[in-house]
Design a protein around this ligand. Structure first.
Ligand SMILES: C[S@@+](CC[C@H](N)C(=O)[O-])C[C@H]1O[C@@H](n2cnc3c(N)ncnc32)[C@H](O)[C@@H]1O
Length: 301
């Protein structure tokens, strides 16, 4: 067996008190409501199967009600267990514990995906986006939220020399281990490289300051944020990007994914210079750059 390539580190929420501490313990109703508002505007009227990447405890899952099926994917079993307790066992919801970088799905099986408050934990954004694109059908929509390094607070702190990193520089900044802020143009650049066509960007959460949240009614702040969301000023702490998976997905260019087993039609997996049928183990050689499907290899190879 070939050794697995080294993998990006994962920010593991297993057993964390993310729900009770981050959302319920702190007053984050404002952030929650503005995120729901922008999702509401970006989501289509109907859809078949949505992949909610890094679904956590299912905080936002009900927003995706227009999809016939929602697959909640998260690395943390305990987050998913809570989500399942809340959302129930109907076949509309599928709960999957897995890693974004190694998604356990066939290519092109989703017509929608969302990833909210997750990419800031990704040390390898290009790999994560490629993995997501692989499982999306052409023209599927992808709604991505990312933390914005070019936000007003960072700009001010940089101008006053209270912060070393440059908010205008495209390189992601890791402010705490496995916590990254991204420049809006970097995100667009990486989306395009992964065969996504960005369509719309919305700045969100302009008033994420305790001094305002403690003094002003939440509804007022949410209303003001809704106005600012239309401004197109990409200087807020959080940005939502809606993209479409392009027709020429990376998946289509992966030569190995062209083939199925000529005997059974089953999917093939590459191992070294061999393609192996997932169903019955039949093996097919790649000899001197030629895929040889004339006859399967016998056990001796
Ligand atoms: C900040 S929470 C966001 C949860 C949810 N999207 C929300 O907005 O409430 C980040 C989630 O991403 C998940 N996560 C982080 N890295 C992951 C990875 N490599 N694969 C799958 N899930 C991951 C964590 O387990 C955690 O539940």
């Amino acid at each position: 067996m070939p050794k697995p390539a080294s993998r990006p580190k994962i920010c593991d929420y297993e057993g964390s008190n993310y729900r009770t501490e981050f959302w319920e313990g702190k007053s984050r109703q404002y952030e929650d409501l503005v995120e729901r508002a922008v999702l509401h505007r970006m989501l289509p009227n109907s859809g078949q199967r949505l992949l909610e990447i890094g679904a956590g405890f299912g905080r936002l899952t009900q927003e995706y009600h227009m999809y016939e099926q929602i697959v909640l994917l998260d690395y943390s079993l305990s987050q998913l267990q809570y989500a399942r307790e809340q959302l129930g066992t109907s076949s509309r919801f599928v709960y999957v514990a897995a890693d974004v970088y190694r998604l356990p799905f066939r290519p092109g099986v989703f017509d929608g995906a969302t990833m909210i408050r997750v990419i800031h934990h990704m040390a390898d954004v290009p790999s994560a986006l490629r993995a997501i694109r692989r499982v999306l059908a052409p023209n599927a929509i992808f709604i991505l939220e990312h933390a914005n390094k070019r936000n007003l607070k960072a700009i001010l702190r940089y101008a006053l020399k209270r912060q070393q990193w440059n908010p205008y520089d495209l390189t992601p900044v890791e402010f705490v281990e496995l916590n990254f802020d991204f420049h809006p143009e970097y995100v667009v650049q990486e989306l395009k490289a992964a065969q996504f066509a960005p369509q719309e960007r919305v700045p969100v959460s302009f008033f994420r300051l305790n001094v305002l949240k403690n003094r002003l009614p939440t509804n007022l702040l949410v209303g003001l944020d809704n106005v600012m969301q239309q401004s197109g000023l990409l200087y807020s702490p959080s940005i939502f990007v809606k993209s479409a998976a392009t027709e020429d997905g990376v998946n289509n260019l992966n030569t190995d994914a062209l083939f199925v087993c000529p005997e059974t039609g089953a999917e093939l997996k590459r191992e070294g210079d061999t393609l192996i049928s997932q169903a019955n183990g039949l093996r097919w050689a790649i000899r001197d750059g030629i895929y040889d499907f004339k006859a399967p290899l016998d056990d001796a190879g």
